[in-house]
Design a protein around this ligand. Sequence first.
Ligand code: BT5
Length: 326
Amino acid sequence: MSSDAQILQTLRTAGSNGVSGAELSQKLGISRAAVWARIEDLRKLGYEIEASPHAGYRLLSAPDTLHADDLSWRLSKGRKIGRDIRVFEQTSSTNDAIEKLARDGVKEGAVVFAEAQTRGRGRLGRKWISPARKGLWFSVLLRPELPPHAATQLTVASAIAVRNAIEEQTGLKTEIKWPNDILVSGKKVAGILTELSAELDRIKYVLVGIGVDVNLSATDFPAELRTQASSLKIELGKPVARTELAAAILRELDREYCRVLAGDFAAVASDWEQHCATLGQRLVIHLGDRRVCGRAESLGEDGALLLRTEHGHLERIVGGDVMLEK
Ligand code: BT5
């Protein structure tokens, strides 16, 4: 753990009691002057830290900024997801940034966050709006030993992880729309973009890009999106702490990913089915130029949606745009 993370953790644990400079210096094994310099740097990042002769240092407030160390200490030691966390002020797309790391041979579990994306994208090159400090825009690098067709399992596992974390942190009732949307009151509050690099029979790496609309106001969305998209802040009526939510999502992702790796996708799928807004519904699915209609029956072993078509066939759907039949 870095000195910054240790200082923040100690200050948080001490709460209003505060911690003396001597105690911090001893705990971190650095001089009191060095502690002071670290505190000054944290203040520049927006942490409001009071220093008083008798109470020592006290953390009064933390900024709404993502800080890699501040995220790391909230995660368990033996984790896979989030063992390497990087936060950029701005990138084109965090999926591009994580792909660079993947090509450089970085281990799986690395996560890249950006406070803002200039070219955030959805599936099929669609635009994903990502205003600065309003959401969680991040990507995770995975190197699972799975065949390429099982990559949909990772989208499903990520969707349940994001859903669980949102509910845990906000209490909002969330639903999953197959394959990659998280909805609150029928509106999209998060999306997942899974990109894959594979050989014929094995995955080289998977990039899971996750966008969560945390503290956007209605005016942050373009007018044409306002009827279908929303944010946690709008739905809850108050802002949500992004760092806590980010850490909760990483913890849940770690849990779900481990279940997939252990060959227990059935457990992931069964959780998923409980929260799925799509199952049982009559759907129209656009697959490029093709249009398929039918009733969503269940989730296949590889994460595909099993659709009973109008002609009675069971069709495996692995992509496409899903709409409820009117
Ligand atoms: C998705 O695509 O839902 C995947 C979104 C993934 C975004 C993350 S952010 C971090 C990482 N880096 C990236 O560049 N991307 C990932 P799709 O199902 O194709 O939905 C895209 C559609 O959602 C757009 O065409 C809009 O209609 C709508 N949309 C755009 N921005 C949105 C937002 N912030 N919230 C809700 N809906 C949005």
